[in-house]
Write a protein that binds this ligand. Structure first.
Ligand code: B12
Ligand code: SF4
Ligand code: SF4
Length: 303
């Protein structure tokens, strides 16, 4: 086996549903990113407005990096709509889980080759994760923005390892969305605009997870019973019929509290309930805000 096959095989052994490699080089989609920022789409997410130089080239983020090893973990696609918590948020915190596995992958590579640089990125690093997933052959960019793989669907979480070792790039996958537009039609708010860019200010995922302060009254009815995140444009993708047997065990679904419980959690109860979950970052205040809207919508009989 080649070193590339060996690395990809090890990633799969660690529980990733897919892995691929891209040569570290300047980002190809900074133009899209800059336009998105210029539209004001970063909203409250100030961390997206900085580190432009680092984001434009992974070699600036990790000096000495020569290759980007991109990985994808499958999370459950089966979530019942309306159950409140996005399926990716029902398992253990993927930041912790993926980071730990990428550390193990880095150690494995170090055992095989001499490498100085090994930088792990999961979500919060200034890197265009979806672009690198495309370049490493993990999948194509779906119409709602999610990376889709023909054998795994689009319920995928991404993580990268930037390594100081020259590797051969994996082949890119062709876009197979075709005439399908189920994800766009499923979005209750029309958050994906004509140019394909997503406006988070109309996205339930942004509003329930990231947005601080009150949620504009006119958009509240469209939140339905969402408590944390939104699965409408992802679970509807027909490619999700594949890959359900490759869900990373740590990401499998656990029972989650309902809106009535979420509205009254004390800070302490919240911390205990969500201690190893991504929900922890959102805090008890925003969760109870979301729960109040969900209960209001339920009472009004809104979907
Ligand atoms: C900010 C953020 C959000 C924001 C904004 C999302 C957005 N679309 O920009 C909010 C809070 C709304 C959000 C929601 C979700 N997110 Co999010 N998010 C991020 C984060 C931290 C940065 C994304 C970013 O840079 N946005 C700016 C836009 C411009 O970039 P982009 O969407 O990544 O698109 C790039 C390319 O696809 C391409 N591109 C984008 N649009 C277009 C249009 C055209 C025409 C072209 C040619 C190219 C192109 O260029 C862009 C720059 O490289 C990334 C992690 C990371 N560091 O990348 C996770 C990430 C994108 N999110 C993720 C997930 C899982 C979600 C949710 C499904 C969670 C949920 N269930 O609620 C939803 C999905 C919403 C959606 N339809 O996109 C995953 C996506 C995995 C995947 N399979 O693609 C990521 C990669 C996190 C991770 N490590 O796994 N997210
Ligand atoms: S996450 Fe929900 S609100 Fe956001 S674009 Fe997808 S369907 Fe629309
Ligand atoms: S739902 Fe259809 S258009 Fe959307 S990502 Fe999946 S295949 Fe592509």
């Amino acid at each position: 086996v080649t070193i590339e096959e060996d690395i990809i095989g090890k990633a799969q052994e660690l529980g990733f549903a897919a892995a691929g490699i891209a040569v570290a080089a300047p980002s190809e989609t900074m133009r899209v990113y800059r336009k998105w920022i210029a539209e004001g789409y970063a909203a409250d997410m100030d961390y997206l407005k900085c580190h432009t130089a680092l984001r434009s080239d992974p070699r600036k983020l990790a000096p000495g990096a020569k290759s980007v090893i991109a990985t994808a973990a499958r999370y459950p696609a089966s979530g019942e709509p309306g159950a409140g918590f996005s399926t990716y948020a029902r398992g253990q915190d993927y930041h912790v889980v993926l980071r730990q596995k990428l550390r193990q992958l880095a150690d494995y590579i170090k055992g095989r080759a001499k490498i100085s640089t090994a930088r792990i990125c999961v979500d919060s690093a200034p890197i265009l994760e979806r672009e690198w997933a495309v370049r490493a052959g993990i999948g194509w960019r779906g119409k709602q923005g999610q990376i889709v793989n023909p054998k795994l669907g689009c319920c995928l979480l991404l993580g990268e390892l930037l390594v100081g070792i020259e590797l051969r790039s994996s082949a890119r996958l062709p876009n197979r969305c075709g005439t399908c537009r189920r994800c766009l039609d499923a979005c209750p708010t029309g958050a994906v605009k004509e140019d394909g860019l997503l406006d988070p200010r109309e996205c339930i995922s942004y509003l329930t997870i990231e947005h601080k302060g009150s949620i504009p009254a006119d958009i509240r009815p469209r939140l339905g019973e969402a408590l944390f995140g939104c699965d409408m444009c992802t679970t509807v993708c027909p490619w999700n019929r594949f890959g359900n047997d490759l869900v990373m065990p740590e990401l499998s679904e656990r029972p989650m509290p309902g809106a009535a419980e979420c509205i009254n959690l004390t800070e302490q109860e919240f911390g205990k309930r969500f201690k190893d979950s991504v929900v922890l970052r959102t805090g008890p205040l925003r969760l109870s805000r979301n729960a109040a809207i969900a209960l209001g919508n339920r009472k009004a009989g809104r979907p």
